[in-house]
Design a protein around this ligand. Structure first.
Ligand code: CO
Length: 500
């Protein structure tokens, strides 16, 4: 008989699953009642924090993300808790100075996080270094990440090279993060095998179901020796979420890879989320079926819904096909970055602008300009130099680690927000999301009325529609505003799905 190699499971129900299916809207009160049961299952870890949950808590749910973490920590006595960190972007959309990364990691671990999964949208390892160091300094488990994508530049060698660099920085394990659900079963097999053989760290595979291949990819990865797979409770799995925990556990039963998990307990967990999901409006095209655009265009599902809503706002839904073709061209001009927050928004919005204005790069978003300048780091491939010159003019691109250019902000921010700070963590919330955090802290103090979700968003949307008739400069200003908003995930009353 084959040697036993138990496969371990990270369940994403409390983070990625609802970020992917419910625009990150699951409330803490819908999580806590099932915690005791989940705590008995024996997961390797539970992903519960980070990604878009931080922003969404304050912006939409009137919840303090730090308090959510503290109550989850209390509820899960036996299970490791995990979070997703966007490297130097922390849980935001731009780079922050090292002192902020250090302080955030410190507080995340102090409040209950055990494992931090650290990624960079460009796979520029310099943008992961500080977060990995900070995690190790706090005795956390630092998981370095390769953002999986398909391009002429992304072969096995590239990924193994990135993983080796991550290992050298002191990471404890490697995650293959297939945010778009692009990885085919046989590619997953090859990649896991190469990483196991050539890098030698534990490997975890994170896929989304979008293209319909994820469970097959997991099975082949298991055969190749993957250590951990990411799944979501059956009731909130599939679609743009992860493969179902229950089905993976059943598939591996009585094999050398048996997870040892109890299907009855998992059934209880799923029954809980079956009830929870009824409260949230999950669009059918997100929750069901296979997104063939992902197979054809290699564009993540979340990104396509963002593009569709940008076009809808401009009354140009009929241009979606053209935009889908423009995305790979813009991506090539930008050196083939993986498409994940924030590069997915940067590339996608510019593709929309190029198609809408009928001329490529007639206008360029602030984000694309910053990107061309090197402020997001180095992409895997060469950027289009002509475009770089056209946009940057006299300015020269930077080649250093972007965060080296940033001045400290902690002291200054603490001063700015001092009348609202109730705990040190509030300073971090403010640095990451200044406007959102101030409003949130004011509501907490009773200086602003509580959030009335549905109403507030509807009004914004009507106001936007009213001034939707301009041309030229006005139209451009509006586009830029929409792009900025999209990066901040707010898009009128349209649900926006950050890609990760
Ligand atoms: Co994900």
């Amino acid at each position: 008989m084959q040697e036993k190699k138990q496969v371990k499971i990270t369940d994403t129900s409390l983070r990625d699953a609802h970020q992917s299916l419910m625009a990150t809207r699951m409330k803490t009160e819908d999580m806590l009642p099932i915690a005791e049961t989940m705590d008995k299952v024996g997961y390797h870890s539970l992903e519960v924090w980070g990604g878009a949950t931080f922003d969404s808590c304050m912006r939409f749910l009137d919840e303090d993300p730090w308090e959510r973490l503290i109550s989850l920590r209390k509820a899960f006595k036996n299970t490791r808790l995990q979070m997703l960190l966007r490297g130097q972007n922390i849980v935001g959309y731009r780079h922050y100075p090292d002192e902020v990364v250090e302080e955030f990691v410190k507080k995340a671990i102090a409040n209950g996080i055990d494992i931090i999964r650290i990624f960079d949208a460009l796979n520029d390892v310099r943008n992961m270094q500080k977060a990995i160091e900070a995690t190790k300094a706090e005795n956390g488990h630092a998981q370095g990440t390769i953002s999986y994508t398909i391009s002429p530049l992304h072969g096995l060698n590239h990924f193994v090279e990135v993983a080796a660099k991550i290992k050298n920085m002191g990471a404890d394990s490697i995650c293959i993060k297939d945010m778009a659900g692009l990885i085919s079963p046989y590619d997953a097999y090859e990649l896991v095998k190469s990483l196991k053989e050539e890098v030698g760290l534990p490997v975890q595979l994170h896929c989304h179901y979008t293209s319909g291949m994820a469970s097959m990819a997991y099975l082949k990865a298991v055969e190749a020796g993957v250590d951990v797979i990411d799944t979501a409770s059956a009731a909130i799995s599939l679609g743009t979420s992860q493969p179902p925990t229950d089905s993976m556990v059943a598939s591996l039963k009585n094999t050398p890879y048996d997870t040892g998990m109890d299907l009855e307990l998992l059934g209880e967990v799923s029954n809980h989320f079956k009830e929870v999901r009824k409260k949230y409006d999950i669009p059918l095209d997100v929750a069901l079926g296979v997104d063939t655009n992902v197979l054809n265009y290699q564009i993540p599902g979340g990104m396509i819904s963002n593009l569709a809503s940008q076009l809808r706002e401009q009354n140009a839904s009929h241009l979606l096909g053209e935009v889908l073709k423009e995305v790979p061209r813009v991506r090539a001009d930008l050196g083939h970055p993986p498409l994940v927050t924030p590069s997915s928004q940067i590339v996608g919005s510019q593709a929309v602008v190029n198609v809408l204005l009928g001329e490529r790069y007639k206008m360029v978003s602030n984000e694309v300009k910053g990107y061309l300048k090197g402020l997001y780091g180095l992409p895997p491939g060469e950027m289009n130099q002509e475009l770089q010159k056209q946009v940057l003019k006299e300015e020269t691109p930077v080649t250093c680690r972007p965060a080296d250019l940033l001045e400290p902000v902690m002291e200054k921010s603490r001063e700015e927000i001092k009348e609202y700070i109730q705990k040190e963590e509030d300073v971090l919330s403010y640095i990451l999301f200044p406007n959102v955090a101030v409003d949130f802290l004011k509501r907490k103090k009773g200086e602003l009325p509580p959030l009335d979700n549905g109403k507030k968003q509807k009004q914004e949307s009507v106001a936007q529609k009213k001034n939707n008739s301009g041309a030229g400069k006005k139209q451009w200003d509006k586009l830029q505003k929409i792009i900025d908003q999209d990066l901040m995930q707010v898009f009128g009353n349209v649900l926006v799905y950050p890609v990760q």
